[in-house]
Design a protein around this ligand. Structure first.
Ligand code: NDP
Length: 596
């Protein structure tokens, strides 16, 4: 059946209707319940030698940081600058790097310009080799940061936190791990990552498949051959399926297309793919940068993508030119609404035209066009994804919004047709809006032994997404009631700076316990609601995704588990004003000697 490609030249009203049709195709009653967890076997870390053991650690430290990605590393670096070095970083993986440790799939790179993405470049004096750094380079850079700031002696790798309990009398956290460590800490920092818990589509029969299968964040190079930068030489006689067409799949597809005998891309919602224009970096330009350049560039990028339109657009790429978001989204007046909608449609029309320009088969081109608003999902930028569909060995299997119907021992079934394959690659993403304790893999217990899952059973309670009532001296870096930004590392750097500053101030001022006041949490929630309300109409019209919890009906919990959807710079402003004010407000403080 030929796809109905009515996109070209449609009026705004017609496009609006088309978006609605596409949204309806993709809506499903099981919402977030459609996903399943990775089995222990699929979740296993393929990048470490099996059999690692070590003696349990029993100690007292100032802070336990859960997570060795950028958030955890930057927190430890900041604390170190203030002389607080008795810090433990607990990390499930075998090294630092977080998402850049796990995601070693071929073609993996950062879609945000490396000069604004990689933290502390100016201080380290490191020049990334390309404008959009590859995952191997970012992983190496993470290790360089860890060596430069002496983080390795502080790390416990291949270790899962199994429990963290607040001891009211000692005014400390007791942290237990999968390697029988017992660590007592004044502060507990939860920097467990935003996109770290991989998920699988709950397709019937998924466990019956008899071929090879893995998630993109657990790439098995023993099976595919090659490596992140080497061609995969063992796929030449293999039929491969990729499930997904999100930011990960867009990077993987061209690589597998080159290596495999046949590649079947199973699409539910077409991704949006703009121009990448990857370039090597210019050492002369890098040498000419003036002190303070990186901070200036990071802020300039965030201004540009949040619609503040700085005088000069320093990065000037697809994000800043096309995908900028007016953080008012919905607009204030009907004219503003209409204008923003027109801009949005135009940007997406450009993306759709690009498909026609590149993809030779008109039916395939029609099916690859995304019909959703530019902020409904993460737009991708890539120059090899669309051309891959011109190869005779690459086949698009469009599931028209439904997803793969069934998996059999031999392959995948869509519309009654079975596609036999040797390998299934799940590019099916990560948990983002599920309960925090589920993503962390443990459930901290706070005052009176109340678990986080219990306290937040009807949704989160935090001040700025950082401090939480009932959980003294616990500091969060997550999206739950926290900020959000195109450049995640800008968000993580600012969050890390904030949590480190809180700990440093407590130590300097002899504060033993800091805990958010419920009334301040309510005030913060009303800020989140006020900002979120403006974009509500826009997001309602979106195709389902993890941005909107699969368009599941908004219940009381979801109404609390929000992120700050305004500009990241505004969110950072809230944090800065709060910490620069003379006294902490909205928190309970206790000093030794205070009555309990
Ligand atoms: P996503 O959640 O964005 O994509 C998952 C894909 O799997 C979607 O295309 C989804 O379809 C598809 N899918 C799910 N279930 C089924 C099914 N039953 N049948 C067919 N298809 C199915 O995950 P990604 O890993 O691609 O990206 C996650 C995030 O990671 C990104 O948004 C981005 O923030 C980050 N990322 C960043 C990169 C960077 O360069 N900075 C690179 C890669 C990822 P549908 O769209 O219909 O839900």
């Amino acid at each position: 059946m030929a796809a109905n490609d009515a996109g070209a030249g449609l009026s705004i009203e017609e496009l609006r209707q088309r978006y609605e049709i596409e949204q309806r195709k993709r809506l499903r009653s099981d919402g977030m319940a459609q996903w399943s967890e990775l089995s222990e076997e699929l979740d296993r870390d393929p990048f470490v030698e099996p059999g690692f053991t070590r003696a349990p650690v029993v100690e007292e430290v100032t802070a336990v940081i859960v997570g060795g990605g950028f958030a955890g590393m930057l927190t430890a670096i900041d604390l170190g600058r203030h002389g607080i070095t008795d810090v433990r970083i607990i990390e499930k993986a075998g090294d630092f790097g977080g998402t850049w440790y796990w995601n070693r799939y071929p073609g993996c790179m950062c879609d945000v310009e490396s000069f604004v993405y990689l933290p502390l470049l100016e201080e380290i004096g490191f020049m990334p080799s390309e404008h959009y750094a590859s995952a191997p380079e970012i992983f190496e850079y993470s290790k360089l940061l860890a060596r430069t700031f002496d983080l390795y002696p502080k790390a416990l790798f291949q270790t899962d936190v199994t429990d963290a309990a607040w001891d009211e009398e000692a005014m400390r956290w007791t942290v237990s791990t999968s390697r029988d460590d017992q660590i007592s800490a004044k502060f507990l920092v939860l920097a467990g990552g935003i996109l770290h818990k991989a998920k699988l589509p709950g397709i019937p029969g998924i466990e019956d498949f008899e071929g090879k299968a893995f998630h993109t964040s657990r790439w098995d190079y023993d099976y595919t051959g090659g490596g992140p930068t080497e061609p995969m030489d063992k796929l030449a006689d293999k039929r491969v399926a990729i499930i997904g067409t999100g930011a990960t799949a867009v990077q993987v597809v061209p690589q597998v297309a080159r290596a495999a005998k046949e590649l079947f891309v199973f699409q539910r919602t077409p991704g949006a793919v703009g121009v990448r224009n990857q370039q090597p970096t210019d050492p002369e330009w890098f040498a000419s940068l003036k002190p303070g350049w990186q901070r200036e560039r990071i802020i300039n990028f965030t201004q540009a993508v949040t619609g503040s339109q700085p005088e000069v657009d320093l990065v000037s790429d697809g994000w800043t030119e096309l995908m900028w978001v007016d953080t008012q989204l919905g607009g204030d007046t009907e004219e503003e609404v209409a204008e923003l909608e027109r801009i949005d449609f135009e940007a997406m029309e450009g993306i759709r035209r690009r498909v026609d320009e590149i993809v030779e088969d008109p039916d395939t081109a029609a099916r690859l066009k995304p019909y959703w608003g530019k902020h409904c999902k993460r737009v991708c930028f890539h120059d090899d994804y669309l051309p891959a569909f011109n190869r005779p060995n690459v086949h698009l299997v469009d599931t028209e919004g439904r997803g793969v119907d069934r998996i059999t021992p031999a392959g995948l079934v869509v519309d009654g047709v079975e596609y036999p394959v040797d390998l299934i690659i799940y590019a099916s993403g990560f948990e983002v809006t599920t309960d925090l304790h589920q993503r962390l893999g443990f459930d901290p217990t706070g005052v009176d032994g109340v678990a986080l899952s219990e306290r937040w059973a009807q949704g989160a309670h935090t001040l700025h997404g950082v401090l939480a009532s009932g959980f003294p001296n616990m500091l969060l870096i997550s999206l739950v009631q926290g900020g959000f930004g195109t450049n995640f590392s800008h968000l993580l750097s600012e969050s890390a700076k904030h949590v480190a500053a809180i700990m440093e101030a407590c130590i300097e001022q002899g504060i033993d316990v800091i805990e958010a006041e419920p009334v301040a949490e309510d005030e913060w929630l009303s800020v989140l609601h006020k900002v979120g309300f403006r974009g509500a109409r826009y997001f309602q019209a979106c195709t389902p995704s993890f941005y909107n919890s699969e368009q599941q009906a908004i219940d009381q919990r979801a109404a609390r588990n929000l992120t700050y959807t305004g500009s990241l710079l505004d969110y950072v402003g809230y944090l800065e004003r709060w910490r620069e004010a003379p006294d902490f407000t909205g928190v309970r403080l206790r000093r030794s000697g205070d009555p309990a």
